[in-house]
Write a protein that binds this ligand. Structure first.
Ligand code: CMP
Length: 139
């Protein structure tokens, strides 16, 4: 089915001017960018977005990293978009990511891993609504 997923190009990607190269991987995989904006997240926004990880040891470092520079938030649309996007992102830890994936090609570390993607259609809807008004999404 045609789905939507939520994606973030993280500060390590914007810093190294890689947003176009990463978007090309998404588009080549059949994902369509139906909304996109470059923002500077606030600490409160990053803490709320990653709220499920609040008890994890890496939480404070993760939040600091996510506000260390601009990010590009996106809505991607396509056939099985959530799974397709996760496939082309590759494993969270670039050391485990398959050849040809965004994280294998571009990620610097498990923290500076270039991209975020929703892990389910349910979370995609929540994450999209966190950053986008319905009128900003043009399919
Ligand atoms: P993301 O998909 O954005 O969701 C949570 C993020 O936490 C994850 O990608 C990683 O970039 C980051 N992170 C940092 N350290 C770890 C870790 N040890 N295990 C999992 N995620 C981590």
């Amino acid at each position: 089915a045609i789905e939507r997923t939520f994606s973030i190009l993280k500060p390590d990607a914007t810093r190294r001017n890689l947003t176009g190269k990463i978007n090309a991987v998404f588009e080549d995989a059949g994902l369509r960018i139906v909304a996109q904006k470059r923002i500077q997240m606030s600490r409160a926004q990053a803490e709320a977005f990653y709220g499920v990880h609040r008890e994890r040891g890496f939480f404070n470092d993760l939040v600091s990293f996510m506000i260390s520079g601009p990010v590009v938030v996106q809505v991607l649309e396509g056939e099985n978009a959530v799974a397709r996007h996760r496939e082309v992102m590759g494993a969270t830890n670039p050391a485990n990511a398959a050849e040809g994936t965004v994280r294998k090609m571009f990620a610097e570390s498990i923290e500076a891993n270039s991209v975020h993607g929703s892990d389910s259609p349910e979370n995609a809807a929540i994450e999209i609504a966190y950053f986008f008004a319905g009128t900003e999404i043009v399919g």
